[in-house]
Design a protein around this ligand. Structure first.
Ligand SMILES: Nc1nc2c(ncn2[C@@H]2O[C@H](COP(=O)(O)OP(=O)(O)OP(=O)(O)O)[C@@H](O)[C@H]2O)c(=O)[nH]1
Ligand SMILES: C=C(OP(=O)(O)O)C(=O)O
Length: 287
């Protein structure tokens, strides 16, 4: 485990105008509540990441600010209120030290994926690094070492823009980091990876039939699968569920099992809470 050193800057647009391509994705859910849930699940993962020293959320939204503040973030006003890159520059100038800009639409983000990317970004000193989104066109993370301006170029085609500006792409898999959510199809993909509790709480009740691809798909107590990967250092891993989907599990879900390790191929049961968050990965025979 490395020293936490990064300040992460997360810009959050005013909820009434944010995530316009997602409008109506969850019938019956107010759009602002969905946009807020995406941001809160992103923030939750950032704050749980062992490579992160501080989180700055740049926002003027009256619901976002108190919610992220009580989660442990520092809130900065959206100065100069000139879009995403201006907000990121404002946060980065306030930060000092190594700083990373991260989008607020990563509801499946696992702290281990973010931590691995930040550690990789520290690999080439003096250079900015970025992580492209799942399509390869956009950017989810831009990281600058101490003393190097963040110089963000988010927006359409930002992966190419960041590369052209001298930033190096990071090649790790990190599926939960690369899964930004702009459209209903993206939300279904994020659900396949495992939604954070805020988004799952909104999505789950809308999908009682647990249809494949449904954004709210939830595996209830008793869902079984086998261990596909397990990292003893982070206590996280992935499962291959019996319905053929892959599911990442966080450290606290492993810790709740009382087990000392998981073996690849081992059969396990997944317990989730009513909001859909994975609370325990355990042996099928254990209560
Ligand atoms: N503070 C701040 N954040 C912004 C602004 N514009 C975009 N963002 C944030 O930047 C990130 C990436 O933006 P997009 O994915 O394009 O999100 P969006 O503009 O809300 O979504 P669309 O309306 O669908 O384009 C999200 O975390 C947004 O909340 C802005 O003007 N100010
Ligand atoms: C802001 C970006 O795009 P999107 O709207 O696809 O999240 C980006 O990828 O830089």
């Amino acid at each position: 485990m490395s020293e936490p050193s990064w300040t992460v800057v997360v810009p959050v647009k005013r909820l009434d105008v944010a995530k316009s391509r997602l409008r109506g994705a969850l019938p019956g859910v107010p759009h602002e509540s969905l946009a807020l849930a995406l941001a809160l699940d992103t923030v939750r993962a950032v704050l749980a990441c062992d490579a992160v020293a501080a989180l700055l959320v740049v926002t003027d939204d009256p619901r976002v600010a108190p919610a992220v503040r009580s989660a442990g973030a520092r809130v900065l006003p959206d100065v100069p209120d000139a879009g995403l890159n201006a907000a990121l520059r404002h946060g980065a100038e306030t930060a000092g030290g190594p700083v990373a800009g991260l989008t607020a639409d990563l509801p499946a983000l696992l702290p281990a994926d973010l931590g691995a990317a930040l550690r990789a970004a520290a690999g080439t000193p003096g250079v900015r690094h970025f992580v492209a989104d799942a399509t390869g066109d956009g950017t989810v993370l831009l990281a600058a070492p101490a003393g190097v301006p963040l110089d963000p170029r988010f927006g359409a085609g930002s992966a190419a823009a960041h590369a052209a500006s001298g930033a190096l792409p990071l090649a790790g898999g990190w599926p939960t980091l690369r899964r930004d959510v702009d459209t209903p199809a993206d939300l279904a993909e994020a659900a396949r990876l495992g939604l954070g509790p805020h988004t799952a709480a909104l999505a789950a009740p809308r999908c009682p039939a647990a249809a494949p691809g449904c954004p709210g798909r939830v595996y209830g107590a008793g869902m079984q699968g086998t261990v596909a990967t397990f990292d003893g250092a982070t206590r996280t891993g992935t499962l291959l569920l019996d319905d053929g989907t892959e599911l990442s599990f966080p450290a606290h879900a492993f810790d709740a099992s009382g087990l000392r390790l998981l073996r690849l191929g081992q059969r396990v049961r997944v317990d989730r809470d009513t909001a859909g968050a994975i609370v325990r990965v355990t042996l099928p025979t254990m209560d």
